[in-house]
Write a protein that binds this ligand. Structure first.
Ligand code: SF4
Length: 439
């Protein structure tokens, strides 16, 4: 069979420079799981056009919530042309019945346990509506061929994943629903093999918390050290600073930057969340320890919690500049379907739209408690603008001098995004925010 795998864009009008994008790991895992008798073509629509007339037997589309509407449009177009379409990814996993209205079949959860049997059923004309293996085995090696894509990339940064599952089940997150409560690992030998076979030197670990199991993480970091790579990843700041050995091993294995879900600088808010730090002072001490290891800090912040008042934007930026945080993602609380926060907002009649295109953690889709949706939206945009002003970049440089190239490169990328976000807001504000709110 000829199989076309697609990662749809959110906005079909917008294109991202392919040379700057990191490949979508899910599509390469699917390709690796596909028996050699079939051929696979991968299209990342954010960077290239989808050929609706492409000659193939099966179209597989993987999507999140914000690009689900575009995925559904593509399903319709391919089905019109007589193709069989399978949907998978986060959104079809959470809302499989919605996805099934658009596709011939839906993969719920991870593809590892089901992709080969789906292809066999397809060949035998017995495709089922849904495929689901709740806890697939991650021990089997899946080859991932990034060679073609690496030639087209300016930044040769590859994605890699070593763990799935999270025990915390936070209100605003669906990772536990997707991957289960138990943390499962890829065998360390297979991670090393992936790295060696890729020939790349820079990696991004996509794990929700790469040190979720410190024992595994230590073994992993020891195995990475001789490979002489650079990597960035996501980790729990409290877990990391508690364990000096773990922190040292991470730094020695090539860790250049870590992404931390700080979420809020409001102590009132932190106390309501399952965060190990609910004192800002402890968080500041932890950041200082990580900087000593010469690891850049990327903080993820969320605005729009029920405790947030209008002052939260300035308080947050002041805190981040004071602590000379390298880079920051400024997000708005997003009640993704399938989360408890979505159910709560729906119950309280606070959702302002259920157009999934706007469920992208950048756009306000609900009524906050202490401000209007528009004030929250603009507060978030202006906080980002202020943090990435040239003056702020220079002020923060003194705390990031141990890796100035990565510091400037990442800040430059974010500075460009500030402009992109402002122009997008001009385009969509009449859709989402009524005039009275905007005053
Ligand atoms: S937000 Fe992080 S800690 Fe909470 S459930 Fe999601 S992945 Fe786990």
């Amino acid at each position: 069979m000829k199989i076309l795998l697609i990662s749809p864009t959110i906005d079909a009008e917008k294109r991202t420079n392919k040379g700057l994008m990191m490949p979508q790991l899910a599509l390469y895992i699917l390709e690796g799981l596909t028996p050699k008798e079939h051929t696979v073509e991968i299209i990342e629509e954010e960077a290239e056009d989808v050929d609706l007339g492409y000659d193939c037997d099966l179209v597989g589309i993987s999507c999140m919530t914000a690009n689900a509407p575009r995925a559904y449009e593509l399903c319709q177009e391919f089905k019109k042309r007589g193709k069989t379409v399978v949907l998978g990814g986060v959104h079809p996993t959470i809302l499989p019945d919605e996805a099934l209205q658009h596709a011939d079949s839906v993969v719920i959860g991870e593809a590892e346990g089901v992709w080969e049997s789906l292809l066999l059923d397809m060949q035998n004309g017995k495709l089922k509506d849904k495929y689901h293996d709740p806890i697939p085995d991650l021990q089997k090696y899946i080859p991932k061929d990034f060679s073609k894509i690496l030639k087209k990339r300016l930044f040769k940064l590859l994605p890699i994943m070593t763990t799935r599952g999270c025990p915390y089940d936070c209100d605003f997150c669906c990772v536990t629903d997707l991957f289960g409560k138990k943390i499962r690992h890829v065998a360390i030998d297979n991670v090393v093999r992936d790295i060696k076979e890729s020939g790349a030197k820079n990696f991004m670990f996509l794990d929700d918390n790469i040190i979720g199991r410190p024992k595994y993480a230590k073994e992993l970091f020891k195995a990475l050290k001789p490979l002489n790579i650079s990597w960035v990843g996501q980790a729990s700041v409290s877990l990391l600073v508690k364990d000096e050995e773990l922190m040292q091993l991470a730094a020695d294995s090539g860790c250049k930057a870590l992404f931390f879900g700080v979420e809020s600088v409001s102590e009132e808010q932190l106390k309501t969340m399952r965060k190990a730090f609910n004192e800002i002072e402890d968080m500041e001490k932890a950041f200082a320890k990580i900087k000593k290891m010469r690891i850049l800090i990327h903080a993820s912040m969320v605005f729009g919690f029920d405790n947030d008042k209008k002052e939260i934007f300035d308080e947050t930026v002041d805190f981040l500049i004071k602590n000379k945080i390298s880079t920051v993602s400024f997000n708005v609380l997003t009640p993704y379907p399938g989360t408890r926060i979505y159910d709560k907002m729906k119950r309280e009649n606070r959702l302002t739209t259920t157009d999934w295109r706007y469920y992208d953690h950048n756009t306000v889709v609900f009524k906050p408690t202490n401000m209007t949706p528009y004030e929250l939206q603009m507060g978030k945009i202006n906080a980002r603008k202020r943090f990435y002003k040239k003056r702020s970049v220079l002020k923060r440089l003194t705390g990031n001098l141990y890796n100035p190239i990565l510091y400037f490169a990442t800040n430059y990328g974010h500075m460009k995004q500030v402009k992109v976000e402002a122009s997008r807001m001009e385009r969509i504000k009449s859709d989402l925010f009524d005039l009275n709110q905007r005053k």
